[in-house]
Structures are given as C-alpha cells and as structure tokens.
Design a protein around this ligand. Structure first.
Ligand code: ADP
Ligand code: MG
Length: 617
C-alpha cells in the first residue's frame, strides 16, 4: 500500500525549507534518520574517503513499494505528514520530504528497497537529479541507499568540503549521536573498508555509552533520575564533579530521541551544575527530554538540530532541578558507584538541600580526575622544557615594515620587527613541528611560533580594524532570518543593536520577541547563523553590565575570530607560514593571541647550551 503523499503547496511553504545537504555528515544524518523512522533494527553506514566518494546506508526497516520508491524522490514527498495538524504533532525525524531529492540532485544516487511481503523490490538510479534507471531488486527486506561522488555536478559546493579526515570526523560524531539516542538498534560504521564501530543492540543508554566510550567514562557518569514536571520529563546521565570539557562537544541533549541543541537546556545545565563546574568548562551530558510534540517547534533549523520551545523557562527550570538533584545524590554516594569511585574526604559539600546538610563527620565524595580516552578537540600541547617568552618592547610600539625577502640557503627568510633585543632579527624558517609549531632560527637561537595562536591574533586585529574603520563588511541575506528570543534575550539584543551593526549584523526588532536578521558579516563562516547569534546573545548575557559597548563588541569578535581561525593541525605551506608571519608582525600586538597566550617563544643559544651541558647552568 502506498504511504507517501505530496504536500500541498501551502503546507510545503509552511515548512521552513533550507539547505539539507551541507556536507557528507548531513547526508548521513538524513539517511540514518529515515532508516530509524522506517523502524530498522540494524543500520549499517559505509563511507569512503570521508563520504565524498561513497556513502551507503543499509537498513532492515519497512522498505518501500515501487510507487513510493519513485514518489519519495519527488520534492515534498513524505509519508510522515499530511496536514497542518500533523506538522504540529510530528513525532518522526523526517517531516519535510526533501532530503532524498536534495541528496539525489547533487550525487550519483542509488536506492534499492523491498517491502516485507513483496515478491520483488525496486532499484532506482538517479544521476544529478535525473532518473537514470528503474528495475527490479532482489535484495532483503529494507532499504539500501548509495550516494556516490557527492557534489560531482556542483564544483562550488565541492570546494567547501574540508579534508577527508575532517568530513569523516563529522560523520563519526553524527553516527555516535544516533547510536546513543537509539541504544536498541545495532549500528555499524565501516570506513574505507574497515569496521570502525560495531555496536550490537544494547539494553539501555548507559550500556550503549559504555560500548562507545568505554568503562572509564561510563563508570564516572551519574544517573539523572527521571524527573517529570510541567509536562516535561528529563532523565539521562551526566559527568559528576571533576568530569568536564572545555567545549560543548560532549554535552549531548536529545528531545524525544532526536539530538538537539537548545539554549534553554544549556541555561538549565549551567544553572544545575552551578558551582560543580569550573568557569569556562562544559559538562559531559547525555540528557534525554521528553514532551508532547505540541510544546515545541522543530522547523526552525534546516538541519533540524535546533528546537524552539514554547515555554523555554520551564525547560530550563526542570533541567536545572534534575541535574541539581542528581549531583546532590552523587555527593551522598549512591550504591552503584561505590566500587568505582575513589573516596576523597572534603570538609563541606558544595551542593546541599535542607534535608541534606551533612554532619561534621560525614564525608563527601568526588570522582577522581582521570584522563579519558575520548579525544578533546585541540588539546593544548605541553612543552616540557623551560622557555622564555619574548616580550614586546614596552617603550615604543613596534611597527613592521615589509622588507624584500633575502635568500638564505633554500629556506625563505623573513625580516621582522624585533621580538627581543636585536633591532632587526632575521627569522629563517626551519620547518613545522607536528603541524602546529613553526620552528625558526634567529640570531638569538630558536624561535617557535604557535600557528594557531598567530592566526587568532591576525584575524582578531583584522576584524577589529574593520569595525573601527566604519563597520565590518557585511553581506545581505537572500532570505532574512527570523530570530526568536526569550523576552530577556530580546532586551539584551535591543541594548546591543549598535554594536551588532558595527559588527556587520543587521538586525531589527520584528514583533515583541522576534528579530529580523537581514545581513551578516562576510567573515562569518558558520553553518548556522541563528545558532551563532544565540551564542552571541549568551556571550553578551554573561558579560557584566559594567562593560562598555565597545568591550562587548570586542569580546564577540574574539569569540568568532578564534572559532574561524586555522585549527591547530591544519597543514601550512612555507609561503603560507611566511605570509602568516608577515601578517602577525603587521599586528599591533603580535606577541600574544587574543586570549593572552603567547604566539612566539624563544629559546636562546645560551639556554640550549646549558641544556646540553656545554655551559654551566
Ligand atoms: P522525510 O523523511 O522528510 O519524509 P525524505 O526525503 O527523507 O523525507 O524521505 C521521503 C520518504 O521516503 C519518507 O517519508 C519515507 O516514506 C520514504 N523513505 C525514505 N527513506 C526510507 C527508508 N530507509 N525506509 C523506508 N522508507 C523510506
Ligand atoms: Mg527524512
């Protein structure tokens, strides 16, 4: 029986359309969600070359009959929604009926599918959006979708793909998130022919986390017992005190089984963890929210990651309560954790309720800080030897005057403003260590440049200069974006509209708590401007009211400059390093990144000689 309906035009336009396919990981997200929607118990994801050469998703879900298989390739064909009421109450992942046609229009696409009782299945080939072949398919029940040569017909999009390793890591994150949200489903990820993950169906979320991240992490998680209030249920697992991250990458939140990002949840977490987290640290969470479909709107974000709640305050409240309660319980040491937790006596509990004030003899327990196996983005490498930070000359600001670059052996040389005593030291680039530190020879000894920190500094100053010179170049949006905020956030935004304008963001109030965003700074290379703006608001919120508007703007710049700087291990060529050095020395403050970390350090010959025992210490 045919299940798919074509959406009416009116309904279709009610659904926020957007770019579905931003990168290979987005294709994986759509296809895996379809498999889960189809009730699959086994989902296998195969990728080659970071997904750019091949992505193949095989499931044992309900499959499609021939009519549906052909229909699902039409825009706005979906079996999951028919009326406006359906749209409000959507419970499945898909809802817009545009993933498959979008993906097929930019790839060599093959769909093979068979329904359970059907005698034979259907195979469809589409190349760059054109139907190339339809034939019988004799495979098992379920669906196989193959996406080859992504963006083969859209060179402009292909150019924006990052390295295969980067694209793969996005796919991996997507895969892991799905796996956590659906513990009972068996997931397999095959990368370039080798099994990267095989996760047999697990009993529960904790077991799945154990399978993915290992005992080390799983044993250190605290259970958030199910809390139901105000039509919201919250449960899951969180890292206890001592288990935190410097970014949000392991702060996973799910709504009705769907991975989401949401400000009210973030605020709730922050409030719940309160003193248990160091400043600038983010918790590790696997938090599941459940609520009626009418209580939120998932059409906000083309990638369906971001959700708008009708009552964000209650969400924040319930999340905070659930987390607080879990941390309090953990401080009392629940049975289950006894064997894996080290007892560390502390004079007082940080979190307490009236019924839970410890007597002087009671001991509180915290989890030991054990390094985890899960990689943290850009771990700051430690340099195990003593170094001297080159100080800028305090007496007069240094200005770099570009010089013709003299030849010296085969490696290029750069004349730069003096980092230390000599007036015009010559840096000769020796090479790049671990794709991170540029090694240079100076007359003084060895100079190391942190290329990431240097990039941050350069970007920061470029943007700030543009701001001071009458505004950052901005780009009008084809379609204005609508940013909905809480009343409090609306206030913050209104107070900072001027700063935002100088930053290149054109925003104007549009209704009580809505802003129309008509232009964004050109430097901004984010997938999701609305989420970025939410972060900006969050940033503005956390700054004290004393700071001047300029300071606020600057802080935002630092934030985005850093986010859009070269990552620690991007490979630079020697001419790129040279250009970076020149840019760095054209900066007002070349010697530290916007966070105050050094960009350059020097080891003098004397220091080396002492280390090698050539000179007395
Ligand atoms: P949506 O998921 O928004 O409905 P898609 O373009 O992703 O839109 O899919 C269109 C339709 O194709 C789905 O509604 C579903 O009926 C069908 N479909 C897609 N993938 C599968 C699958 N793996 N198994 C069964 N049916 C599928
Ligand atoms: Mg879908």
């Amino acid at each position: 029986m045919s299940k798919i309906r074509i959406l009416s035009d009116a309904l279709a336009s009610q659904v926020a359309a957007g770019e579905v396919v931003e990168r290979p990981a987005a294709v994986i997200r759509e296809l895996v969600e379809n498999s889960l929607d189809a009730g699959a118990a086994h989902v296998t994801v195969e990728v080659q070359r970071g997904g750019t050469a091949l992505m193949r998703i095989t499931d044992d879900g309900c499959g499609m009959d021939r009519e549906d298989a052909l229909l699902c390739m039409e825009r706005h064909a979906t079996s999951k929604i028919r009326t406006k009421e359906d749209l409000a109450a959507i419970a499945t992942f898909g809802f817009r009926g545009e993933a498959l046609p979008s993906i097929a229009s930019v790839s060599r696409f093959r769909l093979a599918t068979r329904e359970k009782e059907a005698l034979s299945g259907t195979e469809i080939e589409i190349t760059g959006g054109k139907l190339a072949n339809v034939k019988d398919h004799g495979g098992n029940q379920g669906t196989i979708i193959e996406v080859r040569s992504l963006f083969f017909n859209v060179p402009a999009r292909r150019k924006f793909l990052r390295t295969e390793a980067t694209e793969y890591s996005h796919i991996e994150n997507q895969f892991r998130t799905h796996a956590i949200a659906n513990p009972k489903v068996t997931f397999t990820l095959i990368r370039d022919g080798g099994v990267a993950y095989h996760l047999p169906g697990a009993q529960n979320v904790l077991e799945r986390i154990r399978g993915l991240a290992g005992d080390e992490l799983a044993n250190r998680l605290i259970e958030v017992e199910r809390l139901e209030a105000q039509g919201i249920a919250v449960w899951g697992y969180i890292g206890g005190p001592g288990l935190s991250r410097s970014n949000r990458q392991q702060q996973l939140t799910f709504l009705n089984g769907r991975p989401i990002e949401s400000q009210p949840i973030n605020y709730g977490l922050r409030e719940g963890f309160h003193t248990s987290l160091m400043k600038g640290q983010y918790p590790v969470t696997f938090l599941f929210l459940e609520m009626a479909a009418e209580a939120f709107d998932i059409n906000v974000h083309p990638a369906k990651k971001e959700v708008r709640f009708h009552d964000g305050f209650s969400i924040r409240d319930v999340v905070a309560k659930a987390v607080k309660r879990a941390l309090e319980t953990a401080n009392k040491l629940p049975e289950g954790l006894q064997s894996t937790v080290t007892r560390v006596p502390r004079p007082a509990l940080q979190l307490r309720t009236e019924s839970n004030v410890p007597t002087p003899t009671q001991q509180a327990f915290i989890l030991p800080a054990v390094p985890l196996r899960i990689p943290v983005a850009n771990p700051a490498p430690r340099i195990p030897f003593q170094t001297t930070i080159i100080e800028p000359d305090q007496t007069e600001p240094e200005k770099y005057t570009p010089q013709p670059i003299p030849k010296h052996e085969e490696a290029p040389e750069i004349k730069a403003a003096p980092p230390a005593k000599p007036a015009t030291p010559t840096f000769r680039i020796i090479g790049i260590l671990h794709r991170l530190y540029v090694l240079m020879e100076s007359t003084e000894g060895l100079v190391l440049m942190d290329q990431h920190a240097a990039h941050e500094r350069v970007n920061f100053e470029k943007i700030r200069a543009a701001m001071e010179a009458g505004g950052v170049p901005s780009q009008r949006l084809l379609m204005p974006l609508m940013l909905q905020t809480s009343p409090r956030d609306a206030d913050i935004l209104k107070r900072n509209l001027d700063t935002l304008t100088r930053l290149g963001i054109e925003a104007e109030p549009f209704g009580p708590n809505t802003f129309k965003i008509e232009a964004l700074p050109t430097f901004l290379k984010v997938d999701d401007p609305l989420a970025w703006l939410d972060r900006v608001i969050e940033e503005l919120q956390s700054l004290s009211s004393k700071s001047s508007a300029v300071r606020l703007g600057e802080d935002i710049i630092v934030m985005s400059a850093c986010r859009h700087s070269v990552k620690a291990n991007d490979k630079l060529s020697i001419p790129e390093v040279q250009a970076l050095l020149e840019d760095l020395f054209a900066c007002e403050m070349p010697y530290c990144c916007p966070h105050g970390r050094p960009t350059l350090i020097q080891m003098s010959m004397g220091e080396l000689e002492r280390k090698f025992g050539r000179a007395a210490p």
